[in-house]
Ligand binder design. Structure first.
Ligand code: PRT
Ligand code: ZN
Length: 285
């Protein structure tokens, strides 16, 4: 029986969420203390713990079959891998930033400038596409301090909340790309491994769908059932159960997290009471 080898970040911003995803998919790891390899007793999977920068190459070479990594790293490494699923975490952007005191007039500002970055390939392509000639200074960490110590005029780096830029006296002036964590796959997976991957992706999708929904239970006067059913149509149709109290029913349904507050207001307008909202763990539609 084949094992699907999945490469995840050993320690860093992607690690916890990658492991949580595997656990939410019902996969139990025997030794998840992140030595080098962990195996599972209930799913044909093997986890390799690596530096995120190495993940695209390991997957392209077939040492790992799939991996979890940021889109920024995939683009920078330019390895021939297939992106199979966006995971919705580790969201960030790669941006150009300059000293906040500078009056920025547009991209031509960067002509003849020295830009510090850990992402030289993505930056060079962006500059070339925009007909800008600048000097790229590659550094591996603490890019944001480069202008302050006179190493560069500006930086090209990952921005998330923007607070690192602010605390270094910088401002974001161009967003070059947006990134999030994704699952990548070897482009030449065997049929057997593809089957395991499909199974894993199905489980992940069920968890992702569930996270976007809430289970709601409420009491309402029987006369309001048709109005309430219109507001919370559920997966097929809500469950309506009579209460012991004459003229009242209990309604059970599922609603979308992002429509939650608006829907609750409408339900109350229909006389709904005792509204209980619960998380959904898995959802197969
Ligand atoms: O050791 P290893 O090589 O495995 O890890 P690493 O240090 O290279 O990567 P790590 O763990 O820092 O980040 C992994 C991935 O998380 C990145 O490749 C991105 O896809 C994603 N990610 C999401 C981020 C951030 N948000 C982020 N904020 N990666 C880095 N940052 C850093 C950024 O470099 C800057 O220093 O956080 C700072 C900016 O954050 P804000 O919130 O102040 O704007
Ligand atoms: Zn890294």
């Amino acid at each position: 029986m084949s094992q699907l080898k999945i490469a995840i970040q050993k320690s860093g911003r992607l690690s916890e969420k990658s492991l949580a995803l595997i656990s939410e998919a019902g996969i139990v790891l025997n030794n998840s203390d992140r030595r080098l390899i962990a195996r599972s007793s209930n799913f044909p999977i093997e986890i390799l713990f690596l530096r995120d920068d190495d993940i695209p190459q390991y997957v392209a070479d077939g040492v790992a079959d799939i991996g979890i990594v940021g889109e920024n790293v995939i683009l920078e490494k330019n390895s021939p891998v297939r992106t199979v699923k966006k995971l919705g975490f580790a969201g960030c952007r790669l941006s150009l930033a300059i000293a906040k005191s500078i009056d920025y007039k547009g991209i031509s500002h960067f002509n003849g400038k020295k830009i510090a970055t850990s992402y030289p390939k993505i930056l060079q392509k962006y500059l070339t596409d925009n007909n800008i000639t600048a000097e790229i200074h590659e550094i591996s960490g603490s890019v944001e301090i480069a202008p302050g110590i006179g190493l560069a005029d500006s930086i090209f780096d990952i921005v998330s909340s923007g607070s690192t830029l602010i605390s270094n006296g910088l401002k974001e002036v161009e967003v070059v790309m947006k990134s999030e964590a994704v699952i990548i796959s070897d482009i030449k997976l065997s049929a057997e491994k593809q089957q395991i991957l499909d199974k894993l992706l199905f489980r992940i999708s069920s968890v992702q769908t569930a996270k976007k929904h809430k289970y709601v239970v409420l009491n309402a006067p029987s006369s309001q059932v048709s109005r309430i059913v219109e507001i919370i149509p559920g997966m097929k149709s809500p469950t309506v159960v009579p209460l012991a109290k004459e003229g009242w029913v209990s309604i059970h349904s599922v609603l979308k997290e992002d429509e939650f507050w608006e829907i609750i207001d409408k339900l109350q307008e229909c006389g709904a009471e005792g509204i209980m909202v619960m998380p959904v763990e898995k959802m197969i539609v």
